[in-house]
Design a protein around this ligand. Structure first.
Ligand code: 0O2
Length: 202
């Protein structure tokens, strides 16, 4: 069982590495040839066994590898933090256009934020992983967002953790206001960049 679990996690770790490599290649190429940095930083995480079991219980998922594989698609996760909103869409586009990447699902919480104010572009992509005896398709969740959205999400996550999910109403409202401010900051920064760009081409 322990060996099966290790093997199961290894598949996701490999899928995550494949997609992270693709994103890092895009990042390096932009840095070197376009002298422009759309990607600020990239983080990877493999869901812990504890969090995987908690999610399986929440979803009423059978405790076998095939059922978990089918129902839980964010076991391997990559977070890509971009400078501007436009960059988030651009990076998503460059990734899903790659021929060995299959886009399985997309949730655009930038266009339609969650009621609490959460913003991010979520993709579930499948990538092939070539093992010694076969190739498998591994799903990887890619969350793409701006620095402002990431700042908000990280503070909101800490607050939610502190209150074990029962965030008091007054804090919820404050968080929603701050999310609106983050959104406005992103919009203003985008406009500023557009103005600078148009000055450079004049
Ligand atoms: P962790 O520890 O980051 O992995 P579900 O995964 O079932 O809860 P769904 O619909 O499958 O929900 O996925 P969704 O809505 O695309 O969100 C999945 C992940 O997005 C979460 O993973 C968080 O990382 C992030 N996320 C979604 N909503 C929020 C939010 O309101 N605030 C913050 N800070 N992050 C959010 P996990 O598994 O919850 O956590």
């Amino acid at each position: 069982m322990q060996a099966d679990l290790a093997r199961f996690r290894l598949e996701y770790a490999c899928g995550m590495d494949e997609v992270a490599t693709k994103i890092n290649i895009l990042r390096q190429e932009f840095d070197q040839t376009h002298q422009y940095k759309p990607i600020e930083h990239v983080k990877t995480r493999l869901k812990s066994i504890e969090s995987l079991l908690e999610k399986a219980t929440r979803l009423g998922c059978r405790r076998d590898f095939d059922a978990v594989r089918e129902q839980i698609r964010d076991i391997a996760g990559i977070r890509v933090v971009c400078t501007f909103v436009e960059d988030a869409y651009r990076v998503a586009d460059m990734l899903v256009r790659q021929p060995d990447i299959t886009l399985v699902a997309k949730k655009d919480y930038i266009a339609t934020p969650k009621p609490n104010g959460y913003q991010s572009l979520h993709l579930i992509v499948e990538v092939p992983v070539f093992l010694s005896d076969r190739a498998i398709q591994v799903p990887v969740e890619v969350q793409i967002r701006t620095i402002a959205m990431d700042f908000w999400a990280s503070i909101e996550h800490q607050i939610k953790y502190k209150y074990e999910g029962n965030v008091p109403d007054h804090l919820r409202e404050r968080l929603k206001d701050v999310a609106d401010s983050a959104s406005s900051l992103d919009a203003q920064m985008g406009q500023l960049r557009d103005e600078i760009r148009s000055l450079a081409t004049d």
